[in-house]
Design a protein around this ligand. Structure first.
Ligand SMILES: O=C(O)C1=C[C@@H](OP(=O)(O)O)[C@@H](O)[C@H](O)C1
Ligand SMILES: C=C(OP(=O)(O)O)C(=O)O
Length: 437
């Protein structure tokens, strides 16, 4: 295997054995910087994910006047400015490839008195933003953008008055939407509420509470209420390993015969661990041990041994619990006995790429059959991958999914545009290589 800036090539053969950690959780790393910036005092973040997306968050908050140090590659010190301490940026804020940065920061900036402009890369400028700008405008934010504030660049005019507290019924189960509204709610004139149709990841709720925000979670967590203008205080945050990154190794070890891997310190927040349920349902050999709570997030060590998998159906309320893992689940399905159906996952079409179309297109180039549906895929099992040349379309999760598929190909698999892997899992190719025998 060889990793250059743009190309990863995978030579099939061997098994995966050993023990490793994976980089820190992306969702939690973003939030640690954002909430640290809004708190009084210093927030220390350990095992921060130094991936491109989280570095974009740091860059944006530095431009908003926050001093952020990185004393080590995964150690971050955020010198918070307090709820009212952000400053008007002298330039456009560039979120790069990060939807989480753009949507959450739009919530925060809606409550400021100054002007700001947000943009990002080509992929970000195609992603739908009305899902956050519409409710934020309802709260009194002045936001303009392309296609009626649905596409970045977005300009946020700022307001001297507090925002209007609303109860927003979100049509989509999205932690980014929920978080943007809760963050705007910090700057509102009363209690802001968000209700979502299905439970999405709850890192914002957990971490904001630990900073001192007053949150109430109702209807089994589907509704969250936040009080405005709390006093937030800097925290010490230990970021768990990202289960979305671990997922690539869990699937790789499950499908490559003779493998056994132990992944230490992985976040298993119940709003994120749908991949474990699906792999178990498919017959994977997983052991979750040493469960503990670290900085308000459940963490464990996971051991996986290869197993013969069987096809399954993935849909309904589990989808938000594994939304970013669906591409790698589709790869696992190729090697399972029987057909796998992924449904209720139309959200995949508005991620970094249209992950349904792109994955189906690229997997076909490797010689397999995958049927696209409007909201998912139908994947026949027991397929033989040929190998060949594929393209990630600049999407980190597609790049890593194709790399894992290549482990069981007949020939070499070459993945172009693979630098995107650094968005969420810097060192992925080296980690995979170090585990191969
Ligand atoms: O809040 C977050 O940190 C994220 C939420 C999810 O997006 P949606 O909120 O759009 O579902 C997920 O796909 C993304 O990788 C990270
Ligand atoms: C969808 C993702 O991230 P974001 O929305 O933050 O770009 C992802 O990491 O798979």
């Amino acid at each position: 295997m060889h990793e250059s800036h743009q190309i990863v090539s995978i030579t099939p053969g061997g098994s995966l054995r050993g023990e490793t950690e994976v980089p820190g959780d992306k969702s939690i790393s973003h939030r640690a910087v954002m909430f640290g910036a809004l708190a009084k005092g210093t927030t220390r973040v350990h095992r921060f994910l130094p991936g491109q997306d989280c570095l974009s968050t740091i860059d944006c908050f530095r431009k908003l006047g926050v001093s952020i140090e990185m004393p080590g590659p995964t150690e971050v010190l955020v010198h918070g400015k307090g709820l009212k301490g952000l400053q008007e940026p002298a330039d456009i804020l560039d979120v790069g490839n990060s939807g989480t940065t753009l949507r959450l920061i739009t919530g925060i900036l809606s409550g400021q008195s100054f002007f700001s402009v947000l943009t990002g890369d080509g992929s970000i400028r195609r992603r739908p933003m009305a899902r956050v700008t519409k409710p934020l405008i309802e709260m009194g934010a002045a936001i303009r953008g392309r296609e009626g504030a649905n596409k970045a660049p977005l300009a946020i005019y700022g307001t001297e008055r507090p925002l209007k507290a609303i109860h927003y019924q979100s049509p989509v189960a999205s932690a980014q939407v929920k978080s943007a509204i809760l963050l705007a709610g910090l700057f509102a004139d009363g209690k802001t509420r968000v209700t979502e149709p299905l439970l999405s990841r709850d890192h914002t709720e957990r971490m904001l509470s630990s900073f001192g925000a007053k949150l109430n979670r109702l209807d089994q967590g589907l509704t969250t209420e936040i009080e405005s203008f709390p006093s937030l205080n800097g925290q010490e945050i230990e970021v768990p390993g990202d289960i979305s990154s671990a997922a690539f190794l869990l699937v790789a070890a499950s499908i490559v015969p003779g493998s056994e891997l132990t992944l230490r310190n992985i976040g298993i927040n119940p709003t994120r661990d749908g991949i474990l349920d699906v792999l178990r349902e498919m017959g994977a050999n997983l052991h979750v041990e040493n469960e503990r709570l670290v900085a308000g997030e459940p963490v464990a060590d996971i051991t996986v041994q290869s197993a013969s998998l069987k096809g399954t159906t993935v849909g309904g309320s589990i989808i938000p619990r594994l939304i970013d893992e669906l591409p790698i689940i589709a790869v696992a399905a190729l090697f399972a006995e029987g057909t796998t159906i992924i449904k209720d996952a139309a959200e995949l079409r508005v991620k970094e790429t249209d992950r349904i179309a792109v994955l189906a297109e690229e997997l076909r180039k490797l010689g397999v059959t995958v049927e696209e549906t409007p909201d998912g895929m139908i994947i026949p099992g027991n397929q033989q991958i040929q190998g060949g040349t594929v393209d990630s379309h600049g999407d980190h999760r597609i790049a890593m999914s194709l790399a894992v598929a290549g482990l069981l190909a007949a020939d070499e698999t070459v993945i172009h545009d693979a630098a995107s892997i650094d968005v969420s899992f810097p060192g992925f190719a080296a980690t995979l290589q170090s585990l191969r025998n």
